[in-house]
Unconditional design. Sequence first.
Length: 209
Amino acid sequence: MTSPRARERLIQRLRDQGITDERVLDVIFNMPRHLFVDEALSHRAYEDTALPIGSGQTISQPYVVARMTEVILQVDPKRVLEVGTGCGYQSAVLSQLVDEVYSIERIDVLYRKAFRILRELKIDNVKLRYGDGYAGWPEKAPFDAILVAAAPEDIPPTLLHQLSDGGRLIIPVGSGSDQQLQSFTRRGDEFYQEDHDRVVFVPMLPGAG
Ligand code: SAH
């Protein structure tokens, strides 16, 4: 369903769950999530749920996209790295809120799919790379925020080191359904950790797929 009413219901649900940043709610309301999923699933695009996007991966749940985006916006980021582009929905949301988005995906077909849809939507401040997100994107570092959309068992130190001073990493950590969304804010050489929601992401896998 792509009616404004379905989108309004989604936004109301995000508010009920505690999302308060109006900029984030506004971007999610306006972003055509139905274009990021297969046509056969587009009637479910404005449900607050993850949906399959092929290659065994999913488009993230809108609540989780909203929460992660809200948490990184608190440090007023200009340049953001995402690990795990998937279909490009989170990248598209970020593109409306920050100056530059860099996003890495390890599955080639998803990388190409995301490339196509972002071009169709005329989003030109997102740069995509096919490769392994464990390495980050050293040529473009440092980043004011790094958002990881797949769960490693441990925090990749390379990503922490690609944060600018004052920058923030948000990342689900753990395995299976035992994952904790955590953020790390850099102050000089120190990193301040905060725990957020319990979440379920696909695993962060090493290497390009
Ligand atoms: N950001 C997406 C969510 C995609 S699901 C959205 O907006 O809905 C997570 C993605 O992370 C999957 O596509 C998976 O292939 C990718 N991924 C897993 N490990 C990775 C790694 N090491 N490097 C880059 N991408 C990775």
